[in-house]
Design a binder for this molecule. Structure first.
Ligand code: ADP
Length: 352
């Protein structure tokens, strides 16, 4: 990986409110490298937004410090902070466009504020509207645009000062899945073409999977897990990541999920079990011998759902199997027999 860009050193943040202090961040300690797309994921209230905003000093840590290329924004005088913020673009969930201004004027505004000449503005705004695919919408007003187009304007505006960092605050949360993919594709292209460091926060695993190199899982203001996306997805270590990755259950038919019980009711119950195969050899499938071995151990093993995912050149397999509760053995023996990296009992269903 390339040079370190943003460093968080034991960052803590408390907010004072009428109800007393709220601890939003505790002991956050990690680094983001130059040119990477870094995702921060967590539930609502996890502290993602607070953490993102410490990078451009929209929020100041109450403990520890954040440095950007060695500079702590919290220590800068106002004019130096303005200069630093120009090197850190930001886009938002609700786009934050001025409805009374055209697309062209929305993008040009930060340049106008910085005192750019008319010809510089024309050249720069023209280039950026081309980059985001909106050259033909220069004279449109935000109300005439789709959500995806509005976010493209937001991206063009965030890039006017040729920033080194782009912060994305739930940038696709207001968009439908197809538009989300096109905006994420654009962010990936920009990251590659311009070499920008992209830091994004989201509650949506699909966003992380689509474009991030590494991910930090945040829960109740604390770091739960950090690593390359394929590794965190393939073998989530923390409870918070496992909870967010409960997507194994999402592969099941709705009726089955509704029937799931936490314990076996009768001798005729079946256990539904999720297996994850982390980092299978490149280009290889999941050997069926794994299931055959399990069938020898636990008679009546059936495959309910499964698939292989390819992430960052690694294959990650996920299977859901059903085993009669009476034939179960201990989880660790089943996991080893199947050669899986993790095994999780998702619940129990009545057999018909
Ligand atoms: P997320 O972005 O993950 O939803 P936030 O960073 O917005 O989380 O919030 C983290 C915690 O800090 C929450 O408990 C939230 O209520 C609290 N918080 C955020 N901003 C403020 C504020 N300006 N004043 C008081 N509490 C705040």
């Amino acid at each position: 990986m390339t040079a370190t860009h943003i460093v968080f050193e034991r960052v803590g943040k408390s907010y004072d409110s009428v109800k007393g202090p709220t601890k939003a961040l505790t002991g956050v300690n990690f680094e983001i490298c130059e040119g990477e797309v870094f995702g921060i994921i967590g539930r609502s209230g996890a502290g993602k937004s607070t953490l993102l905003r410490t990078i451009n000093a929209l929020e100041l840590p109450t403990e520890g410090r954040v440095t950007v290329h060695g500079t702590d924004p919290a220590t800068l005088p106002e004019d130096a902070l303005v200069q630093l913020r120009r090197k850190i673009g930001m886009i938002f969930q609700h786009f934050n466009l001025l409805s009374s201004k055209t697309v062209w004027d929305n993008v040009a505004l930060p340049l106008r504020v910085a005192g750019a000449s008319a010809s510089d503005m024309r050249e720069r705004v023209g280039k950026l509207l081309n980059l985001v695919g909106l050259a033909d919408k220069a004279h449109a007003y935000p109300a005439q645009l789709s959500g995806g187009q509005k976010q493209r304007v937001g991206i063009a505006r965030a890039l006017v000062h040729s920033p080194e960092i782009l912060l994305c605050d739930e940038a696709t949360s207001a968009l439908d899945p197809e538009t989300t993919q096109s905006i994420l594709g654009l962010l990936r292209d920009i990251n590659r073409q311009l070499g920008l460091t992209v830091v994004l926060i989201t509650h949506d695993m699909a966003v992380i999977r689509a474009i991030c190199d590494r991910v930090l899982v945040l829960d109740q203001g604390e770091m739960q897990e950090i690593g390359e996306v394929w590794s965190v997805f393939g073998a989530p270590q923390s409870q918070a990541s496992q909870a967010m990755l409960r997507s194994l259950k999402q592969g099941l038919p709705h009726e089955v999920v509704q029937q799931l019980q936490p314990t076996a009711d009768t001798a005729h119950s079946h256990a539904l079990i999720g297996l994850r195969f982390h980092d299978l050899p490149a280009g290889q499938g999941l050997p069926l011998a794994a299931l055959q071995a399990l069938e020898v151990l636990c008679r009546g093993t059936e495959l309910i759902h499964g698939g292989l995912d390819h992430l960052q050149g690694h294959s990650v397999g996920q299977l859901i199997i059903r085993i009669p509760a009476a034939n179960l053995t201990d989880a660790e023996t089943m996991r080893q027999t199947a050669g899986a990296d993790t095994l999780e009992i998702l619940g129990y269903v009545q057999s018909h």
